[in-house]
Ligand binder design. Structure first.
Ligand code: ATP
Ligand code: MG
Length: 366
C-alpha cells in the first residue's frame, strides 16, 4: 500500500486538507465535475512531478490563487514512510523527496510507479504515430534511467540538427549525425525488445476478452536494415540511410528519418487491425495496452505498480467490464473513479475505501 495520504494547499478545486488513502483499493465516487480526476491527477503528480492533463503547472493552482503545494506520504517496501512535496511558488516548481530538493524528475523513478488509465488512451489506438511511440517510451522510462537519458539526448541532437537545416548551416551535420546514430540505435534496440516482450502479453489479453486471436504489435523502425525490420541496423547502414536522405532533409529543412519517425501498428493476419476495428474494440486495445504496461513493468522490475483508473469501466459493456476487472494485473494499490450510478460495490474488496466527492470535498463512506 504505497500511498498513505496527500495534503493539499490550493490544488485545483480540492479542499485544503489531508486525505487518508491508506487502503489497497480506493474509490472516488461523484457526479461530473466534482474533483475525482483532480484527485487522481494529484497522485500522478506526486509520482512523476508533472500532470497528465497539462504541461503548464500554473493551471493546477486553485483559481484566484498564485501558488499550490501537495505533500504525499508513501510507504516503502521495507515499511518505512517517505514523502514527496511539490511546491509551486512564484511561477516555479520545486520537488522535494524526504526534504531533499530533486533537480531532475527522473530521480522520482521507482518511487511510486503509477500506471494511469484514462479516456485519452484511445489515442494510442487511433491517434498519430507519435502517440504510440510515446506509449512505448513511457513503458521503458518507468524503469530504465539510461533510456530516459538516451531519449533526451536524441531529441536534443535532433532539435539542433533541424535548426541547422532550417538555417542552411550545414557545417555541423556530420557531427550531429554521429551522435544521432549512436543514440538512435540504442532507442531502436530498446523499443524493439520492449515491443517483443509486450507481444508475449498483449495478444493473449485481447483474445481472452474478445475471442479475437492473432493481434500483433508490429514495430517498423524508420532506420531499418535491408533484409528485415527485426534486425537492428548497423551504424554503417544508418549512416548510409542518413547520407542518402541528406539532400531531401536539406530541401524539406527537417530530419526525415530516425526513431522520431518509427511506426508501431496493430496487425491481425498481417493487416492493419485498427482501420476496421469497432469503437469498442479500439477502446479495448487502449485499456489492454495499460494492463499490458502494468504486467510488463512487473515482469521487468519484479515490483507491482499503482493503478489509477479514470472512468475506465464506464465505457465498456457489462460483460467486458467484468472480464477487465478479472484481468487486472497484480497491483500494489488501485485508485478508481466512478459515477454514483455505477455498480461499483460489485467490485469492492475487503477494506476498499470509498470516498464520495462533491465540489472538491470528500466524505468517506463507512
Ligand atoms: P467527470 O466525472 O466529469 O470526469 P471529475 O469529478 O473527474 O468529473 P474533475 O475533472 O476532477 O471532475 O474536476 C473538475 C472540476 O475542477 C471542475 O469543476 C473545474 O472547474 C474544477 N477545476 C479545475 N481546475 C481548477 C482550478 N485550477 N481551480 C479551481 N477549480 C478547478
Ligand atoms: Mg473525471
Amino acid at each position: 500500500m504505497p500511498i498513505l495520504s496527500i495534503s493539499y494547499v490550493n490544488y485545483r478545486n480540492i479542499q485544503d486538507s489531508t486525505i487518508n488513502l491508506s487502503s489497497r483499493e480506493v474509490y472516488f465516487v461523484g457526479e461530473n465535475g466534482q474533483g475525482k480526476s483532480n484527485l487522481l491527477e494529484s497522485i500522478y503528480y506526486s509520482a512523476y512531478g508533472s500532470s497528465f492533463r497539462t504541461r503548464a503547472d500554473g493551471e493546477v493552482v486553485k483559481k484566484g490563487f498564485k501558488d499550490f503545494s501537495i505533500k504525499t506520504l508513501y510507504k516503502m517496501e521495507n515499511g518505512s514512510t517517505e514523502n514527496i512535496s511539490i511546491f509551486y511558488e512564484n511561477d516555479k516548481k520545486r520537488i522535494d523527496k524526504n526534504g531533499k530538493w530533486i533537480k531532475d524528475r527522473k530521480e522520482l523513478i521507482n518511487t511510486v510507479p503509477c500506471i494511469l488509465f484514462c479516456h485519452d488512451d484511445l489515442e494510442f489506438a487511433v491517434g498519430e504515430p507519435e502517440r504510440r511511440r510515446f506509449f512505448i517510451d513511457q513503458c521503458l522510462s518507468m524503469y530504465d534511467l539510461i533510456y530516459i537519458d538516451t531519449n533526451r539526448n536524441y531529441k536534443k541532437i535532433l532539435k539542433s540538427r533541424n535548426i541547422s537545416l532550417k538555417e542552411k548551416n550545414y557545417e555541423m551535420l556530420d557531427i550531429f549525425d554521429i551522435q544521432l546514430v549512436q543514440n538512435g540505435i540504442e532507442i531502436i534496440k530498446k523499443r524493439r525488445d520492449a515491443i517483443f516482450q509486450f507481444n508475449q502479453i498483449f495478444g493473449k489479453l485481447y483474445e481472452k476478452i474478445t475471442g479475437i486471436d492473432g493481434i500483433f504489435i508490429s514495430y517498423e523502425p524508420s532506420w531499418k536494415s535491408e533484409e528485415t525490420s527485426n534486425i537492428v541496423p548497423t551504424k554503417e547502414k544508418v549512416f548510409e540511410i542518413l547520407n542518402s536522405k541528406r539532400e531531401i532533409d536539406k530541401t524539406i529543412m527537417t530530419t526525415m528519418s530516425g526513431p522520431h519517425r518509427d511506426r508501431i501498428k496493430f496487425l491481425r493476419n498481417g493487416k492493419d487491425f485498427i482501420s476496421t476495428a469497432s469503437t469498442g474494440q479500439r477502446r479495448l486495445i487502449a485499456i489492454l495496452l495499460r494492463i499490458g504496461q502494468a504486467i510488463f513493468y512487473s515482469n521487468v522490475t519484479g515490483k507491482k505498480p499503482v493503478l489509477l483508473m479514470d472512468d475506465v469501466l464506464l465505457e465498456l459493456d457489462p460483460e467486458k467490464r467484468q472480464a477487465v476487472t478479472q484481468l487486472l494485473p497484480e497491483y500494489d494499490q488501485l485508485f478508481c473513479t466512478f459515477l454514483p450510478g455505477e455498480p461499483y460495490s460489485r467490485y469492492m474488496k475487503e477494506g476498499t475505501k470509498v470516498f464520495e466527492i462533491e465540489e472538491g470535498r470528500w466524505n468517506e463512506r463507512k
